[in-house]
Ligand binder design. Structure first.
Ligand SMILES: Cc1cc2nc3c(=O)[nH]c(=O)nc-3n(C[C@H](O)[C@H](O)[C@H](O)COP(=O)(O)OP(=O)(O)OC[C@H]3O[C@@H](n4cnc5c(N)ncnc54)[C@H](O)[C@@H]3O)c2cc1C
Length: 340
């Protein structure tokens, strides 16, 4: 994908990316997901998932890690979640203790994508004396071949290409120059990155949902039961026309949020809702695809079961559906939302 120039969609051209607007990137991701499922579309977003390196990282970190990420020669993970802290990042316990010109890292990170495949990761940790809660967090670029690191795979329901797992850090030395952004002050940059990626993920979910929906519309027109195509049965056609409206309206909403991001608006609450709305529309459509393909819809002979398993992560990864609501509610009642 790096060789094809598919990495770094929204990264500015002077930083080595394609410099697409969020709207254009969303359309491209929709197409990738429609044809290839979540794998290529989500891989295409890896630089966006590590954009802290570009926005607040040093030029040395950018050239050693971000540029190879754009070329597809290095994979950089993001380690936020811990066994005792996921949605509530204020509970992160991984500790980075300053010792001269380095930090010493101790802690456990769980649920991590590319746990065994990433060559490095952005690790979120607390430093000694930092403010309590999410406002005291720091980020560090940690090469995952460093001594004191254990990596373990966890068998997953879907998106198995991500090879998720747990990474444990025992007294891992990290150069102080590998800190990304200010000590105890990474939250705002992380929120900006999450906003951008949540809206773009919406386009990916809709591409997957649209693939299953259009295949099911075609199938229902040809599959005969009780002497007529099943599309003539309202029990089949009504859910499919509802999916049509849900997918299209979610698409319009996602595009509108991407436009707002392109216009420089914060749109944090709207992006969280775009991810939730698109994920729900797509999951419902794929569920109907399994149903209306009958018994074979549930089998691995057709792609719907895999799409369903893969898409199910939409309700969990990059902030759960419940957290999407929390973020949107906070924006709505703080006056930080856009007006229709
Ligand atoms: C496919 C996939 C890939 C992932 N990749 C990564 C990765 O690369 N790096 C990484 O760090 N993490 C990753 N995650 C982890 C993911 O970000 C977390 O699982 C998620 O943030 C939830 O955290 P948790 O699992 O600790 O659940 P918890 O935070 O313990 O939540 C448990 C349940 O309680 C609900 N809940 C919690 N707080 C509230 C609230 N205030 N209001 C209402 N409900 C609430 C949650 O929504 C959830 O349903 C990945 C997850 C998946 C499924």
């Amino acid at each position: 994908m790096g060789e094809l120039g598919l990495l770094g969609l929204t990264i500015p051209t002077d930083a080595g990316g394609l410099g697409l607007s969020a709207v254009r990137a969303g359309r491209l991701l929709f197409g990738l997901a429609r044809r290839g499922g979540t794998v290529f579309a989500k891989l295409a977003l890896q630089p966006e998932f590590s954009s802290l390196l570009l926005h607040v990282g040093t030029s040395a970190l950018r050239s050693e890690y971000f540029e190879p990420l754009l070329r597809g020669t290095k994979l950089v993970g993001n380690l936020i979640t811990e066994p005792e802290a996921g949605s509530d990042v204020g509970g992160i316990q991984t500790l980075a203790t300053r010792r001269g010109d380095q930090y010493v890292l101790n802690g456990v990170k769980s649920e991590a994508a590319f746990a065994v495949d990433a060559s490095a990761a952005i690790v979120y940790a607390r430093t000694e004396g930092a403010a309590a809660g999410s406002r005291g967090l720091s980020a560090f670029l940690v090469p995952l071949e460093a001594p004191g690191i254990e990596r373990e795979l966890v068998p997953d329901m879907g998106e198995r290409w991500m090879r998720r797992g747990t990474i444990t850090f025992h007294d891992v030395p990290v150069p102080a120059a590998h800190r990304i952004g200010p000590e105890g002050g990474i939250l705002e940059a992380l929120r900006g990155e999450l906003t951008h990626e949540r809206a773009l993920l919406g386009s990916i979910y809709l591409g997957v949902g649209w693939a299953s929906w259009s295949e099911t519309v075609a199938y229902a027109a040809n599959r005969v039961a009780f002497n007529q195509p099943i599309s003539r049965q309202e029990g089949v056609s009504f859910p499919l026309v509802e999916d049509w409206a849900r997918l299209e309206s979610a698409w319009e909403y996602v595009e509108r949020v991407l436009q707002r991001l392109d216009a420089g608006e914060s749109a944090e609450g709207e992006a969280a809702l775009a991810k939730w709305l698109a994920g729900e529309a797509a999951l419902t459509a794929v569920d109907h695809a399994i149903q209306f393909h009958g018994g074979r819809g549930y089998s691995r002979r057709l792609p719907h079961e895999q799409r369903y398993r893969d898409l199910r992560s939409a309700r969990l990864a990059h902030g759960t559906s419940e957290i999407s609501h929390v973020v949107a509610a906070r924006a709505l009642w703080s006056g930080g939302h856009s007006k229709p």
